[in-house]
Write a protein that binds this ligand. Structure first.
Ligand code: KIV
Length: 296
């Protein structure tokens, strides 16, 4: 048996290596991916956690919010991502409705992500009120990530996508939520859309690594939606989004170039075409010539 030394960049990321990172104050980098190609690129760039987020409802499927995406759609994308990820921890979002009806159904659905799609952990939105359920999913040998603050599956209850944890009462509730998830033994806690100061307090309070999105720099790690980072969302960005590339411009330029070349007859060129072997071409020409002379 060979034991990989801690800190080796080729080491497979696991739930326990994430905890070790928190202890060593090493920031954790997480990105979403929803298909094989982007999963490979994200994984090969050294990202620690690849999240098949239910944000794919909007980014990949064009739904208005995350509520409509089904478990079958999430499983389909998770399978594709699984084929592209070797190094990162593969985390999949449980969609709205897949863990809300009963504990048995939630455990069965969580197990589908592991058995049918190769996820190494699942993510569930909600804090203290989900702690018992999360404990039971963990008892079924499935690591779980928590997600508190702005939880997009609660959009109708929150009355929109608003920054959470701004009043003292809301801060106390977030603290109860984070502590409940920590005690339940989650793999990490996503903190979305909360003031930096609050995220800092929660991160200091829990032993579990926190991963922030719109939660400031004091979290143990950061996550962004890949399509936000690449300008592929067609909507104005939130304040916390930093664009690292412009895939929309790149794709538009490439597609317009292709169309122009097709319309002007410049694509494909002779060197982009397949050719017959010389002997076959000569034989074909002889046959065609014979046909033509018979028709004369
Ligand atoms: O669905 C998603 O992409 C997420 C992240 C924003 C944390 O849950």
């Amino acid at each position: 048996m060979s034991i990989t030394p801690i800190g080796d960049p080729c080491q497979k990321v696991t739930v326990s290596s994430l905890r070790e990172k928190k202890l060593r104050h090493e920031p954790i980098a997480c990105l979403t991916a929803y298909d094989y190609a982007t999963a490979r690129l994200v994984d090969e760039a050294g990202i620690d956690i690849v999240l098949v987020g239910d944000s794919l409802a909007q980014t990949m499927l064009g739904y208005e919010n995350t509520l409509s995406v089904t478990i079958e759609e999430m499983l389909h994308h998770t399978r594709a991502v699984r084929r592209g990820v070797k190094h990162a921890l593969l985390l999949a979002d449980m969609p709205y409705g897949s863990y809300h009806v009963s504990t048995d159904e939630a455990i069965r659905n969580a197990a589908r992500f592991v058995k049918e799609a190769g996820a190494e952990a699942v993510k569930i939105e909600g804090g203290a009120k989900r702690a018992d359920l999360i404990r039971q999913i963990i008892d079924a040998e499935i690591p779980v990530a928590g997600h508190i603050g702005l939880t997009p599956q609660s959009v109708n209850v929150m009355g929109g996508y608003r920054v959470q944890g701004k009043s003292l009462a809301a801060i106390e509730q977030l603290m109860r939520d984070a502590v409940a998830l920590d005690r339940a033994g989650v793999a990490c806690i996503y903190l979305e859309g909360i003031p930096r100061e609050v995220a800092g307090m929660l991160t200091a309070e829990v032993e579990t690594p926190t991963i922030g999105i719109g939660a400031g720099p004091e979290c143990d790690g950061q996550v962004l939606v890949l399509h936000d980072l690449l300008n592929l969302t067609f909507t104005p960005s939130a304040k916390f989004v930093r664009r690292y590339g412009d895939a929309a411009a790149l794709i538009t330029q490439a597609v317009q170039g292709f169309r122009a070349d097709v319309v002007s007859g410049q694509y494909p060129s002779d060197s982009e075409s397949y050719h017959l072997p010389k002997e076959t071409l000569a034989a074909l020409e002889t046959i065609l010539e014979r046909k033509r002379s018979m028709q004369r």
